[in-house]
Write a protein that binds this ligand. Structure first.
Ligand code: HT7
Ligand code: ZN
Length: 863
């Protein structure tokens, strides 16, 4: 049926112990000579050798030095089959490939003056023949030859071994990667690169050189990323006891890159937007994102590279685990509460929608057609939340013991989620079979809690029900193991410390749910308590408890847990926007809560800014059965206008009082001050048609954080002078593609249906670069994902534009095109006329997509 099934896994019939590759690099035509050292699997003797190879021009093929006659092998453009091999042998091939024509950015491709590779998940087969599967893990020796002037720097995985001049204008470099490494982690980078560099000694005593490479004019903007590498390296030593294992760690920045970055062994290749930064061109959010992506890729060196995957069904074993590790890194270095808020926002806005839409899938899918379509929020973010569930269940110390065991037992191997769970089961002495269900079931569980208080006896009962909704292919769901935190407050606001009677394990304010229903009961309380739940968001669930508005408001002041204080304010906002009877009361309570926060000089300004940022459109849309786009956006705007009016003096006062702190560079305090000032500015601009403050902030220069928010205010509120400010910004940064993406993103997200016409205008201009994924995301991705009024325009024009771009980009870069299609994942819940228009746009694509990526997604969307 065209699917790959988890149940069909078979160990490879041939192993590759060493891969020796020689590249004659040239953008137009590169020749790759490969020598694979092969051994048959003792359990599967006599099998033909089958290697992957996609669209390669085969120049020669030999075994143990003997050219192979035509009858011994077949190459059909996708797969090379060699017959008649028995024991250990060496297969040598030469192929020709064409990096310059490679717009899909998989395999070897050209980006500006660089030659680069991207091999995950199945790009290596576009470079040369190989068993391109993660459980085949040779050691590697790589020789790169190229013209010295065009390609002065030649990088590959592992350690540099030798380099020499070849005398004819060319030179060569030899690299050796001594660690068993699957082909998806292979990388080379060549070109006129320059670097910033740092020398350090690991906790195990290894001297390591860290280099961050970029095209020469970008090198001054690599310093921050270099520092981030060191911070990640030190953190992994301290928190997980994991040291770096090569003599060099190279990082390269590329302007053309399909995703964020790639953790190739010893040679990480990055989308330039996650490396290049200084205060004049990067926002505070950019700096934090750079640090977290740099850490993510670095941390893969153990969770993904040293211990890799048996097959692609295990993808979350490296991605969920590494997201968990990178969020812990950020939480340890900065504010744990703010990091949690950021993660939960993303989860609720995007992963919950994915889990409830046409593309829902388990964190470990049972089958796939195209693995590239499974680099999803579910695999990454929900996968990380599941690791957090485990961490909460066993505690930090036992979790660390489980991780030590996992790394020790699986080092140099291709592991499964069972291996991971097994190591933790051994370390904790717990049966984790119930926990494992998280990996198999799609859909976001709902935990509904009903309270009952008996005035006469003082008995208080919480009845807790869990249910996971049906998802494509999974109509019936089993209960999950859910660690649920709770607190009861008494009438004076003190925490009630008595433990309840329970039919589930309970400790320190945490109950472990594992059945469809559990009951907690407290005896003889003096009055009706007020409960709060899921502090720190210990499990990725939707929690339902029937709070009154007064109770939410009271709890928002009482809760000790900062994450929950923020969450309660979000609930008040949801109630104000979606509640029927109590919307007005909720608006008043929300306004009061925000007034208190704005007046609280002791509160972290960045936390206050998070509280001012109401639930976004996606989060709200996730909470209603049918989405009336214009109605929802309209109500949200009205609420913001009303709140801004209520708070105007406090907003002005905080905006002014934080001015000095906001000037203090990249310190946490300065970033925090800028976050609240910018939130205040956005609210104040609603009230001032002249946008005087935004104009002044834009004109004052300052950091990119300040300028870009001011420009957004001018553009999005259509203030006088917006066009000239945009023109000034555009000209000032015309040669910088990353900053150009920023203003393009602002134009594409102007909250007005007419923004669609601006997008069309840009697509007809020289700013449109369809082969550059960042530009496609800035223009079309922003429209589809972050501009509900234009994407869902009543005439269906937004859907048509995105669908026509999917068709146009499918042959250019199928992965980028397929990601755009994801914007339709919730189309069945959109109210008419949008639902019918979306169906029409999707149906119009049938028969027009050639790539497996696009076809797979379209089929699932329309299924
Ligand atoms: N592991 C990396 C995934 C990735 C990727 C996947 C498909 C196509 C292109 C890609 N580039 C990078 C990124 C990460 O999670 O670290
Ligand atoms: Zn990753």
């Amino acid at each position: 049926d065209g699917h790959v099934h988890l149940a069909d896994y078979r160990a490879p019939a041939w192993r590759v112990s060493l891969a020796e590759l020689e590249f004659e690099l040239d953008p137009a035509a590169t020749v790759v000579a490969a020598r694979l050292h092969l051994s048959p699997d003792a359990d599967q003797p006599g099998q033909p050798l089958e290697l992957d190879g996609e669209g390669l021009e085969l120049l020669s093929i030999s075994v143990d030095g003997q050219s192979l006659p035509a009858g011994r092998f077949v190459y059909d453009g996708h797969r090379l089959t060699v017959h008649g091999l028995s024991g250990d042998c060496e297969l040598a091939t030469r192929v020709r490939i064409h990096p310059e024509n490679n717009t899909r950015l998989e395999g070897l491709y050209r980006s500006g003056s660089l030659l680069l590779t991207q091999c995950e998940a199945q790009g290596f087969r576009r470079i040369t023949f190989m068993a391109d599967r993660p459980d085949v893990m040779p050691r590697w020796r790589i020789v790169l030859r190229a013209n010295r002037e065009a390609f002065p720097v030649l990088l590959a995985n592992g350690n540099p071994l030798a380099s020499q001049d070849l005398g004819d204008g060319r030179h060569e470099a030899t690299w050796e990667n001594p660690h068993p490494t699957p082909a998806y982690l292979f990388a080379i980078a060549a070109g006129p690169l320059e670097r910033v560099s740092r020398q350090l000694r690991t906790a195990e005593g290894r001297d390591v050189e860290i280099n961050v490479w970029a095209e020469p004019s970008d090198v001054p903007r690599c310093q921050y990323a270099l520092g981030a590498v060191e911070r990640a390296l030190r953190w992994d030593e301290k928190r997980f006891g994991r040291c770096y294992d090569l003599d060099v760690f190279n990082v390269v920045a590329a302007q053309d890159f399909t995703m964020g970055a790639m953790e190739n062994k010893g040679l990480n290749i990055f989308n330039a937007r996650y490396i290049l930064a200084d205060e004049a061109t990067a926002t505070d959010a950019d700096f934090l994102a750079i640090e977290s992506v740099v850490a993510h890729e670095y941390l893969h060196n153990w969770s993904g590279n040293r211990v890799t995957l048996r097959d692609w069904f295990q993808l979350s074993l490296k991605e969920g685990l590494t997201v968990f590790r990178d969020t812990e890194f950020s939480a340890d270095l900065h504010s744990r509460a703010l990091k949690r808020i950021e993660v939960v926002r993303l989860l609720r806005a995007r992963q919950f929608a994915e889990d409830a839409g046409a593309l829902a899938h388990p964190v470990r899918p049972a089958r796939y057609k195209e693995i590239s379509n499974f680099y999803t929020l579910t695999i990454y973010e929900k996968g990380a939340e599941i690791i957090r569930v485990l961490h909460t269940l066993v505690g930090e110390e036992t979790f660390r013991a489980g991780m030590d065991r996992y790394f020790a037992e699986n080092d140099g191997k291709a592991a499964t989620l069972e291996d991971f769970i097994d190591a933790h089961a051994q370390a904790s002495g717990r049966d984790l079979s119930g926990f494992a269900r998280w990996y198999a079931q799609a859909g976001t569980p709902t935990v509904s809690i009903a309270a009952d208080f008996d005035e006469a006896s003082g008995d208080y009962t919480l009845t807790i029900d869990q249910a996971t909704p049906p998802t494509p292919g999974q109509p019936d769901k089993q209960p999950l193991v859910i660690p649920l935190r709770y607190v009861l407050y008494d009438a004076q606001g003190a925490v009630i410390s008595a433990a309840p009677e329970a039919d589930a394990p309970v400790r320190d304010g945490l109950v472990e749910l594992s059945q469809a229903r559990h009951v907690l009961r407290w005896r003889g309380l003096r009055g009706k308590p007020l409960p709060a739940f899921n502090q720190g968001f210990a499990a990725p669930v939707k929690l339902q408890f029937d709070y009154g508005v007064d109770e939410l408001a009271r709890l928002a002041r009482l809760e000790r847990d900062a994450f929950n204080r923020w969450d309660l304010i979000q609930q008040l906002a949801s109630e104000a926007l979606l509640g029927d009877a109590d919307a007005e009361a909720a608006t008043g309570a929300l306004s009061d809560a925000l007034a208190d926060l704005l007046a609280d000089a002791g509160a972290d300004p960045a936390f206050v800014a998070e509280c001012l940022a109401l639930p976004d459109f996606d989060t709200l849309a996730e909470q209603v059965a049918e989405v009336d786009v214009q109605g929802l956006v309209g109500r949200r705007e009205e609420l913001l206008d009303r709140l801004a009016e209520d708070q105007v003096e406090r907003l002005q006062s905080r905006y002014e009082s934080l001015a000095a702190a906001a000037r203090e560079g990249l310190s946490g305090q300065a970033m925090s001050a800028r976050a609240l000032r910018n939130a205040c500015l956005s609210w104040l601009t609603r009230l001032d048609p002249e946008a005087r403050l935004a104009r002044a902030q834009f004109d004052a220069g300052g950091t990119m954080t300040e300028r870009i928010v001011a420009l957004r205010c001018l553009l999005h509120f259509r203030a006088p002078g917006a066009e000239s400010a945009l023109a000034a910004f555009r000209e000032a940064h015309a040669t910088d593609p990353l900053v150009t993406d920023k203003w393009i993103g602002l134009v594409a997200t102007r909250p007005h249906p007419e923004a669609l016409d601006d997008v069309r205008g840009l697509m007809a201009s020289t700013w449109w670069k369809p082969a550059n994924p960042n530009r496609v995301r800035a223009l079309v991705g922003s429209l589809a994902r972050s501009n509900p009024l234009a994407f869902h325009r009543r005439d269906g024009g937004g859907y048509q534009l995105v669908a026509s771009q999917v068709a146009a980009l499918d042959p250019v870069n199928p992965q980028v095109a397929a990601r755009l299609l994801g914007a339709f994942e919730s189309w069945r819940r959109w109210a008419s006329p949008q639902r019918d228009q979306a169906r029409e746009a999707l149906v119009s694509l049938q028969g027009r997509l050639q790539s497996p990526d696009g076809r797979d997604l379209l089929e699932r969307l329309l299924d």
